[in-house]
Design a protein around this ligand. Structure first.
Ligand code: FHN
Length: 566
């Protein structure tokens, strides 16, 4: 990218990177069936029959002021709403297609117009989701996999008929009838050529040069302003160098489903948000309003409670940068600002002293974010030259001062500088993430290698960490031996599903975190060490961007767990 273009791109995305938290809204004609947004395809509902649902769609309870108010109270800074999902029904007044909420329903109002006005009033950015490739209503839309084959014959489809007569004109409408749009959220681009994807980006920019575009505009890499991770996917520390987001469900569905009552708690929302923000990402959290136009009560309750925590702790969230540590910290997470570090401590890890390894700066002052008087907490800082090891100790009051996660502010001399080597954490464990390994393939064997620092030698269990998708048969993925070499010792075993980890901050439905204990090793000395793992699940790029492309078992990391401290 040219320097000038790069500067423009950096400027364009600034607001979004500071915002951190947005509301995703999946709302469409499918809400009348209350079985999620894929109901048309799942039940192969013929277009003519599906169109009939519009005649009963009358969301009289829709109130833009209330919806925007919920987002505001939750601490969200932008809203991304489905202007058209895969069912092809436009939730705004489209002039190019009558299958829209104004022309085809008794409701007759344009909710996007009302939202645009309200967002403007309440100071929140309005953004649109537009399903640009999948459209089950149009006879000519063509996706790589997900087409309406129950009404239309694939061989008779002429993609450019759809593209030029519906998709692009509707995108133009969205960019010209609703004022400034924060971003266009495209989805499921399977089959769209690189040329068409790039032209679409130019097309959007020609109407609104500052409108952001997510990476799902294309399946080709590096198109769009930022990376949308897979649905509900939270990456590892340092996995993404550019801007990224996790689109996440509040229960297990996007569009309204009356059967789905598996709600995340305010606490898990806060933990996941803190984890995401500390990795430099944004959280786009979904609600699925009903056919009456109501955001489900339970969603509102969870969001408002999470919002109260965010309001108290916003200083450590909005406008921050990612943790400089390349690994998950066992007591919580870190965010930074110039000359400042925020330690987000999980309340169940709260004790009389918190230790942080690897911070090189002098700490000028430490205090609790919850303490309006900013009283100094006692600190000690030490450095052991022989193993190049920095240790900060902070004495804490007996009780954690906030709900769920309590924050300690560190005022630093200069901007945060840390030892970015992998190293043993305070509990004695070492987490080695796959994304930071040096990988090699030799004679069909894939090997990952890490260097790390040991400060408390001893005996360790070697644990393989995987995320496993629901209903996956483990043995289909792990039926060969994996090998580990460390400090002159070797382990060879077929990994088993030894432990299921609940409440992993970065793992969620439809995945669960599974640990396999590979064996035991002894590290006798402090200082530098290295570990090599040979395993056929090692990949250069671990994840796809959409859920059906992602692997059923994802190898995430390898851990050394001290045996006397488990
Ligand atoms: O198929 C869609 C799905 O319905 C939903 O809109 C999600 C949101 O990220 N995107 C697609 C699947 O990845």
């Amino acid at each position: 990218m040219l320097v000038e273009e790069q500067t423009k791109a950096t400027e364009r995305i600034k607001w979004w990177q500071e915002a951190k938290f947005g509301m995703f809204i999946h709302w469409g004609l499918y809400a009348t069936l209350a079985k999620g947004e894929w109901v048309m395809a799942a039940s192969k509902i013929p277009v003519k029959e599906y169109e009939q649902f519009a005649t009963q769609f009358n969301p009289k309870e829709f109130n833009a002021k209330e919806w925007v108010g919920v987002a505001k109270r939750a601490g969200m800074k932008y809203i991304v709403i489905t202007a058209k999902h895969h069912d092809g029904f436009a939730m705004y007044h489209s002039k190019v297609e009558k299958f829209n909420i104004v022309d085809a329903t008794p409701f007759g109002r344009d909710p996007m117009k009302e939202l645009a006005e309200e967002c403007q009033k309440q100071g929140i950015k309005l953004c649109f989701y537009y399903s640009h490739v999948i459209d089950w209503h149009h006879p000519h839309s063509v996706h790589e996999y997900y087409n309406n084959t129950w009404d239309y014959n694939l061989e008779e489809k002429a993609f450019y008929n759809y593209w030029h007569n519906l998709a692009k004109p509707q995108i133009q409408e969205l960019l010209t009838q609703y004022g400034d749009i924060g971003l266009l959220w495209f989805d499921t681009a399977g089959g769209l050529s690189k040329k068409d994807s790039k032209e679409l980006v130019e097309f959007v920019r020609s109407f609104q040069p500052n409108c952001l575009i997510n990476s799902r505009v294309s399946h080709w890499p590096n198109i769009g302003d930022y990376q949308s991770k897979g649905d509900n996917e939270i990456p590892m520390y340092g996995e993404d160098s550019g801007p990224w987001e996790t689109p996440m469900t509040l229960n297990q569905s996007w569009g309204y489903s009356d059967r789905d009552q598996v709600w995340k708690t305010p606490e898990s929302i806060i933990r996941k948000m803190v984890n995401i923000v500390s990795k430099g990402g944004n959280l786009l959290l979904n609600v699925g309003p009903t056919a009456e136009g109501i955001i489900p009560e339970k969603s509102v309750e969870v969001l408002e409670q999470a919002g109260e925590w965010i309001e108290r702790n916003g200083e450590a969230i909005y406008g921050t940068n990612a943790s400089p540590f390349p690994y998950e910290l066992e007591w919580g997470a870190v965010t930074i600002k110039p000359s400042r570090m925020y330690l987000h401590v999980n309340n169940e890890k709260w004790s009389d002293q918190l230790k942080l390894f690897g911070l090189k700066n002098k700490v000028v002052k430490a205090y609790l974010l919850a303490d309006s008087e900013k009283r100094s907490l006692p600190i000690t800082q030490s450095y052991t030259e022989s193993i190049d090891h920095h240790v900060l100790g902070i004495d804490l009051p007996k009780d954690a001062p906030d709900q769920y996660i309590s924050i300690i502010v560190l005022e630093l001399e200069g901007n945060a500088q840390v030892d970015d080597q992998f190293m043993q954490q305070v509990s004695g464990s070492v987490n080695l993430d796959l994304v930071h390994a040096e990988t090699a393939v030799e004679k069909n064997e894939k090997t990952a290698k890490w260097d790390f620092k040991i400060t408390q030698p001893g005996a360790f269990d070697v644990v393989l960490v995987n995320f496993k998708k629901i209903n996956t048969v483990w043995e289909d993925h792990y039926h060969e031996e994996v090998k580990v070499h460390i400090a002159g010792q070797g382990l060879k075993t077929i990994p088993q599903e030894d432990q299921l980890i609940k409440d992993s901050p970065a793992c969620q439905y439809p995945y669960s975190e599974v640990h396999s204990i590979l064996g035991r090793v002894h590290l006798h000395d402090s200082g530098n060490n290295s570990l090599a793992l040979t395993c056929n699940k090692i990949q250069e790029k671990a994840f796809g961007t959409e859920i059906w492309q992602a692997e059923a078992v994802k190898l995430r990391s390898i851990k050394l767990v001290p045996i006397d401290k488990k």
